[in-house]
Design a protein around this ligand. Sequence first.
Ligand code: DMJ
Length: 445
Amino acid sequence: MKTILTLFFCLLVTLPALSQQPVTAEDVKREFLHSWNAYKQYAWGYDALKPLSKQPHDWHSVSLYMTPIDAYDTMLLMGLKDEAAETKKLILDNLSFDKNIEVQAFEIIIRVLGGLLSAYQMDGDPRFLALAKDLGDRLMPIYDSPTGLPFRYVHLQTGAIRDSVNNPAEIGTALIEFGTLSKLTGNPVYYDNAKQALIQVFNRRSRIGLVGTWVNVVTGEWTNKSSHVGGAIDSYYEYLLKAWKLFGDEDCKKMWDVSIAAVNTHLADTVRGELWYGRVEMNTGKRTSTRFGSLEAFFPAVLAMGGDLERAKQLQESCYKMWNLHGIEPEGIDYATMTATSKVYVLRPEIIESAYYLYYYTGDEKYRKMGETFFRSLVQYCRTDAGYAELEDVTTKQKRDAMESFFFAETLKYLYLLFAPRETLPFESVIFNTEAHPVRKTWKK
Ligand code: DMJ
């Protein structure tokens, strides 16, 4: 009895101490495996796993293997050789784009095309590139508009296009993927179309240099003139900068320079001494809202990569405040009042991505400490016995039945890289697409 009591006492003393051990890359890998094994058990071959009901989920009437494709390069980086081998076999044995389905081009470009190109560069199997080329060809009809701005949806077999109202993020987030496809196949058509689309958005900027949220790709007119760095615009800016870095494209650099100056002049906002980026009307610059959110949290990474470390650091502090408001990040807040305006958390990666970039650029351990907070919150509030679940409400921590494939591609990858030795992935040798698929800057086949 005495021994049992002593043991119990020792446990009580050591457990809290143990739980505050520094988070390691191995801890992140363990959680990746926990989630991957759940996907394998309950949703093998489907697009995604619903972690509460333990049911599979497809985006369309057939699977496009979203989770396996999104997870594959993360496995390679984590050194999970067996998992990577069976995932590769699953994809190469089964994936075909000759399907009677209509897809949202943006989501397929960043997740599937980006994932396949990264897989090809990391693994070398030409079947990945063949799949990427087939997909790229099936997506090309989106650019068949009077303005060169792409349509949002395309049918994979017929090439029928739909939805003439699109947004800068979905229009502009393609040059890394299509440009890489051009470099690897020698066919410039992908690069040229994707770059023209970026130029067409840029050319429609207002007199003060801002873009709106929605534009008609047939008439070229803005249908929503709210300007911000959140969802529907966010990765347009990211790709201007990264396309310059990846391809050395000076046109993209010029567009980036003009755009970031306008963003810093008109969207940046200081409240309580904190830096935020809010919303304004694109023509007048008049502030329309003090809304910010989990998607905007990608911006410190972009600012840091663009060389503006000071703003990047300040904005990351604000983002961290947003995370800590309820112990895990709400989808949207009003930064003037610091209240959550959208209470879901969908396992998004952006704030972690920014911590990773800032850690790379500054070497400041504070960003790893932030990463520890993110990791611990995820484990505490989102872990289930079958992977990780989104939160319906960050204030109550009520879970909901979804685990997006970007949790494998981005959230866990950036967390892993934040804690892993630098040589795991030499940062300067790659550019991450917006789904965190690393694209190597050299084009040898
Ligand atoms: C991902 O699909 C990409 O990061 C995209 O740019 C934004 N949304 C999700 C992650 O939040």
